[in-house]
Design a protein around this ligand. Structure first.
Ligand code: BGC
Length: 439
């Protein structure tokens, strides 16, 4: 097979046609209905027991944003009228860059992890003041009320011991007790997608879908007729990353086979920052092995050594000879790349991220049609995450794909970046659980 034919095959593998998107969207819609009816579905449809914000919530709140690779503790002031300010924040990686700790490994215990989180939060507090806490926890959990959540399983290749099957709020409260912290009061726990939605709904009550396009991928929405509560709408975390009726290619299958949980989180493995770097690596190695790229190179890339940031580097190089890409390749050990190698890599990065945005958009189209089959009302989709925020063309591709799937009805839909949505939404959630009189 010639290079050109080989490259064309790779390009084709990452292209999703309009027809495929329509099918994906219809299948997603079906999984929503099956999940709500408690029938087998790849969408977990996990209800959240929080109420819609009014936009008038006020006060000072602590927020904890526990994502895939970072933890962020924030002190947030909600000012009412949809306005908020981050008063202070502490950002900490879960894996120490100098190698002193790694709270994501199975050798790390729940106590170690939650003690670390408690420390970060207490750094933002004054001993004489009491703080309600909202906790955005970016993993699947089952709730029994707004402040009780049992972790179902880890995702994004995190494997800290003794957390799965336990109540996250209790684990954090136990850490507060161990550390003698009595002025932080856990008030609400919510998935980060719900947090993105609530942060945006605080400002604009037309927001009824929240999504994360970052390290992980997930979408939630405001279900008008939940089977669990008659007459009251509810936020539902779909855990849409687990959607499995997606058009996969050979690289997706390779990635899945070697992942921690083969078969699970198929959409997330095609869409999210945790995995798109690995897809790029698999394509690169295949092209190199077939002498269609970087000929004479002997360098090797370890599994998961490429991340969403690397795709960003490839996509943001606008120099005529793609010098930043040449430098990037040099650092990886691929010396003397040709311009055609670099152009090819840029194109592959564009295809991988474009596919991610198109698949995400097809699930948004399905969710919108589930909520409002005729699309009579305006809807806002709040999206947080590094892919949506930083990858060139990502946000625009989502918008275009919605038009491709919904036609002129897409004019009713607005996609908004919910920046810092996880932290602010957690504060908003905490506020909705408390009486406004207190503030
Ligand atoms: C988790 C979701 C989360 C998403 C985005 C996924 O891996 O399962 O709960 O919302 O990542 O962080």
């Amino acid at each position: 097979m010639t290079f050109d034919v080989f490259l064309a095959r790779v390009y084709q593998a990452f292209t999703v046609t309009t027809e495929q998107l329509f099918i994906t969207s219809r299948l997603f819609d079906r999984e929503i209905s099956e999940g709500l009816a408690n029938k087998p579905s790849s969408l977990a449809m996990l209800p959240s027991y929080l109420t819609k914000p009014t936009g008038h919530e006020q006060g000072i709140f602590l927020a904890l944003d526990f994502g895939g690779t970072n933890v962020r503790a924030l002190l947030v002031e909600l000012k009412g009228c949809g306005k908020s300010t981050i008063l202070s924040r502490v950002d900490s990686p879960l894996i120490d860059p100098d190698g002193y700790y790694d709270y994501t490994l199975p050798t790390a215990t729940a106590c170690e992890l939650f003690d670390f989180l408690a420390d970060k939060l207490s750094q933002l507090t004054q001993p004489t003041q009491e703080y309600p806490l909202g906790h955005a926890f970016s993993f699947p959990f089952r709730m029994t009320d707004q402040n009780n959540a049992v972790l179902l399983y880890w995702t994004k290749e995190i494997a800290t011991a003794d957390v799965v099957g336990n109540n996250i709020v209790n684990l954090l409260n136990d850490a507060f007790a161990r550390k003698g912290i009595s002025n932080i009061k856990s008030s609400a726990i919510l998935n980060d997608s719900v947090s993105a939605l609530m942060a945006a709904a605080y400002q604009d009550n037309r927001t009824d879908i929240g999504s994360i396009c970052g390290t992980g991928h997930n979408t939630c929405y405001l279900e008008p007729n939940p089977p669990w509560s008659s007459g009251r709408s509810m936020y539902i975390n779909m855990e849409s990353g687990n959607f499995n009726k997606v058009p996969e290619n050979i690289y997706d299958r390779l990635l899945d086979e070697k992942s921690d949980r083969p078969g699970a989180y198929r959409l997330e493995k095609m869409c999210s920052g945790r995995y798109i770097g690995e897809l790029l690596r698999l394509v690169m190695l295949d092209l190199i092995a077939n002498k269609a790229l970087l000929s004479n190179s002997t360098a090797y890339l370890d599994a998961y050594s490429l991340t969403g940031k690397d795709l960003n580097t490839l996509l943001t190089d606008t120099t005529p000879h793609l010098e930043s890409i040449a430098q990037w390749l040099n650092q990886l050990g691929y010396k003397n790349s040709s311009l055609s190698d670099r152009t090819c890599l840029q194109k592959i990065a564009a295809l991988i991220t474009r596919r991610s945005a198109r698949l995400a958009a097809s699930t948004y189209a399905a969710t919108l049609l589930h909520i409002d089959p005729e699309l009579k009302q305006p809807h806002v989709i709040a999206i947080d995450g590094s892919l949506y925020e930083k990858i060139p063309g990502y946000a625009n591709t989502i918008k275009e794909t919605l038009s491709e799937l919904l036609g002129t009805r897409a004019s009713k839909i607005t996609c908004e970046l919910s920046q810092h949505g996880s932290g602010i939404g957690a504060a908003v959630a905490a506020a909705t659980t408390l009486s406004l009189k207190r503030f």
